[in-house]
Ligand binder design. Structure first.
Ligand code: AHR
Length: 495
């Protein structure tokens, strides 16, 4: 099959925010305990962090990690996780029916993040928490000293403020499952007041208001409209969340899920612009897609999970090769909206619906989805270019007409990178690239992720079942294997 991608140096979508490649660690399952932190592990460092996991995270180039939840944050008292570890309370954690030991809290997590080379995106509890709790946490983290909470931080051994820049005003507050669930009016008012005192405490921070938990929520649209009416002036981002899965067993349809993400982003951007218009505002609301991934493999198992355990194995999706293709399509979609989506977090990072898996006391390895994420975060930098794609398409019940080729180009410091997924399950694709304005392009490399088996997974025993290899392109005529993820890297050699 043939396809064509046309782009021009001058037709820029926008600057790609490095924070498009963020991720997420929640106190959920084995994300923290047994994931990033396991003091008894042979590879634990001086603070109990797993060095093998840190290395895999560093390779991913994750610039920002959202913490500590998720649903967890809506019942969380952040003070439980500070100070002398032997005095920290064990709590019945209601979001995931587990026991939280509080051996890791913000004191430890900000240290882990700096060892992993990322910044923390901190969420405050607006479920059971108050405006005052939110203010105290900002004071604890960011105030230099000479006040109750900043001096508490110093007494806990952290002289310098953590300097956390980006804060989430709660999590999925539209969801009836959320501890302290609120109506849009209730949440919008609370977010506005919390934002006000948080920014009075540290005017340099930026804030993310909760959008809908997903576009299928009955209140989707109305929620965004009301929340933004209430707190437009105080917030800097609106959040989006979305998870996908091949529940029907129809791979071709599943690979169309990025069309849903695309429509979701466009709808939320339109709502933001509507509020901008009625408020006569000159601010363009940025979007924070701070939870996205494939999530469905573990759903049935999790329904049977035993309750009130410490760090039980929950949401441990073993990702297949086709999931990696879907993640590739979703990454390309985020890049297509680089002008608007300025933060995105792959949910999550370790063990819980994650690119990195571990065994307690044992190995750590990269899941299939690790690879497209790593490629995008490494090479999807600079500016995203508007691409016109000409190719055949196929019809799906769920997402309508789906093009065989999903692709985007990014240009950065003398290099042009094309990311492309060939969605065809049967045919290789000959891709004609018409990219003008750069002069001569020399192929640096073609990286491909391919597998005959769509359901192949990486495991502790076979961590290399799905790994990238050299693609088939020679010169400037890319050949994309059937069902494959591709990274075409060109040096801009000029005229
Ligand atoms: O990422 C898992 C969960 O999904 C999060 O806790 C919640 O915010 C979302 O529903």
């Amino acid at each position: 099959m043939k396809a064509k991608l046309t782009a021009n140096k001058s037709y820029v979508i926008g600057e790609i925010s490095p924070r498009l490649y963020g991720s997420f660690i929640e106190h959920l399952g084995r994300a923290v305990y047994g994931g990033i932190y396991e003091p008894d592990h042979p590879l634990a460092d001086d603070m109990g962090f797993r060095k093998d996991v840190l290395e895999l995270v560093r390779q991913l180039n994750v610039p920002i990690v959202r913490y500590p939840g998720g649903n967890f944050v809506s019942g969380y008292n952040w003070e439980d996780g500070t100070g002398d570890k032997s005095k920290r309370p064990r709590r019945a954690e209601l979001a995931w029916s587990s026991i939280e030991t509080n051996q890791v809290g913000i004191d430890e997590f900000q240290e882990w993040a700096s060892r992993a080379g990322c910044e923390v995106m901190m969420a405050v509890n607006l479920g059971t928490g108050t405006v005052e709790d939110a203010k105290n946490l900002v004071e604890y983290c960011n105030f230099p000293g000479g006040t109750k909470y900043s001096d508490l931080r110093r007494a806990n051994g952290f002289e310098k403020p953590f300097g956390i820049k980006t804060w989430c005003l709660g999590n999925e507050m539209d969801g009836p499952w959320q501890i302290g669930h609120k109506t849009a009016e209730e949440y919008g008012r609370l977010a506005c007041e919390a934002a006000k005192v948080m920014k009075l405490t540290d005017p340099s921070i930026e804030l993310v208001a909760c959008g809908s938990s997903h576009s299928g929520m009955p209140t989707f649209g109305l929620w965004e409209t009301e929340v933004l009416r209430q707190c437009w002036e105080q917030v800097d981002y609106l959040s989006l969340h979305s998870y996908y899965g091949n529940r029907s067993g129809d791979t071709a349809e599943f690979l169309g899920c990025s069309l849903d993400m695309d429509r979701f982003i466009e709808s939320v951007a339109a709502i933001c612009d509507y509020i901008k218009a009625i408020k006569r505002s000159d601010k363009t609301m940025r979007l924070s897609f701070d939870e996205w991934n494939v999530w469905y493999h573990s759903n049935e198992k999790d329904k049977q999970a035993e309750k009130w355990l410490v760090a039980p194995p929950l949401l441990e999706d073993a990702y297949t090769f086709e999931d990696a293709l879907a993640v590739g399509c979703l990454l390309i979609t985020l890049l297509k909206h680089a002008d608007r989506v300025k933060i995105a977090c792959l949910a999550q990072l370790v063990n819980v619906i994650a690119p990195i898996m571990t065994e307690n006391g044992g190995k750590a390895w990269a899941q299939t989805i690790y690879w497209p994420f790593m490629h995008a975060s490494r090479y999807g930098r600079g500016k995203a270019l508007r691409c016109v794609v000409e190719c055949g398409s196929y019809r799906t019940a769920r997402y309508g007409e789906v093009p065989y080729l999903e692709a985007i180009a990014a240009v950065d410091s003398g290099e042009l990178t094309v990311f492309a997924v060939n969605r065809s399950l049967d045919e290789d694709m000959e891709l004609e690239l018409d990219i003008s304005g750069f002069g001569r392009l020399e192929l640096i490399e073609h990286i491909a992720l391919t597998s005959e088996d769509l359901k192949a997974v990486n495991t502790a025993e076979k961590p290399d079942a799905v790994v990238p290899s050299a693609g088939k392109t020679a010169g400037t005529a890319p050949s994309l294997e059937k069902h494959s993820w591709n990274v075409l890297r060109y040096r801009i050699a000029g005229r």
